[in-house]
Design a protein around this ligand. Structure first.
Ligand SMILES: C[S@@+](CC[C@H](N)C(=O)[O-])C[C@H]1O[C@@H](n2cnc3c(N)ncnc32)[C@H](O)[C@@H]1O
Length: 229
């Protein structure tokens, strides 16, 4: 089995300035993000259990937008190799601190921009993206590169807030105001059918569209898609 490689800097395809711009917001809030409680612990556990069902101990896994690594630390033990990446160096620093406390030989963290990751083609059995796809500049490009990184038959597994399913005042008024004062990142506004269509445009076969939330209306679409082969 080939060993996946990954650029150590997030510049491939995206300019360093571009990646630095995207990282700025997340670098600033990384410590707070790490300290904040999970909004829906039962929903989060349901997602973890579902992903664990889909992964196998032989799998080589890539996670995009891993944040402070909490999910990677939970999922990596069930895999052969798990590379977790993020555009924010502060997020990666915290993830590495956590890994130092809880070493896992199969897990490593690296800086990478999901808009243009420098990936070895057909190297992974699964690519994961949790709470990320609404944040990338070019959803089609990210999905295209994620598909390229998968082996034939590999799975792209994503959980994504569909901001277009919220009260319109949030994407059209509240979020722009918050962004203007540096309290929110740039987000893409779509509903689940548009997200599913984006997967399908890249030739990914959507196997399942689920919701795991346990607290009121759940705007997070959980999608399992397969690279044919
Ligand atoms: C909402 S957090 C989600 C973190 C983690 N996946 C989770 O579910 O807790 C979004 C993460 O995506 C990262 N991110 C945003 N844009 C990115 C990009 N273009 N490439 C890689 N990571 C990105 C941020 O740095 C942040 O860590």
């Amino acid at each position: 089995m080939s060993t996946p490689t990954f650029a150590s800097q997030p510049q491939a395809g995206a300019s360093l300035a571009d990646s630095a711009r995207k990282a700025r917001f997340w670098d600033r809030i990384a410590r707070k993000y790490a300290a904040d409680p999970i909004a829906d612990p039962a929903g989060y556990e349901a997602t973890l259990a579902r992903v664990q069902e889909l992964l196998a101990p032989t799998h080589e896994v890539l996670e995009l937008g891993c944040g402070t690594g909490s999910t990677a630390l939970r999922l990596a033990p069930g895999t052969r190799r798990y590379l977790a990446t993020d555009v924010s160096s502060r997020m990666i620093d915290i993830a590495r601190e956590k890994l130092a406390q809880q070493p896992l030989p199969q897990l490593s963290f690296a800086l990478a921009d999901a808009d243009a990751p420098d990936l070895t083609p057909s190297a992974y059995d699964a690519v994961l993206a949790f709470n990320l796809l609404h944040l990338v500049d070019d959803l089609d490009q990210t999905l295209k590169l994620a598909k390229q990184a998968l082996r034939p038959g590999g799975l792209l597994i994503a959980k994504t807030p569909c901001i277009g399913e919220m009260n319109p005042l949030i994407p059209h008024v509240a979020l722009p105001l918050m962004r203007a004062i540096g309290k929110a990142p740039q987000v893409q506004c779509f509903k689940a059918p548009a997200l599913q269509a984006a997967f399908e445009r890249q030739g990914l076969v959507v196997q399942s569209l689920e919701r795991h939330g346990t607290r009121g209306k759940d705007i997070r679409a959980f999608i399992v898609a397969c690279k044919p082969g």
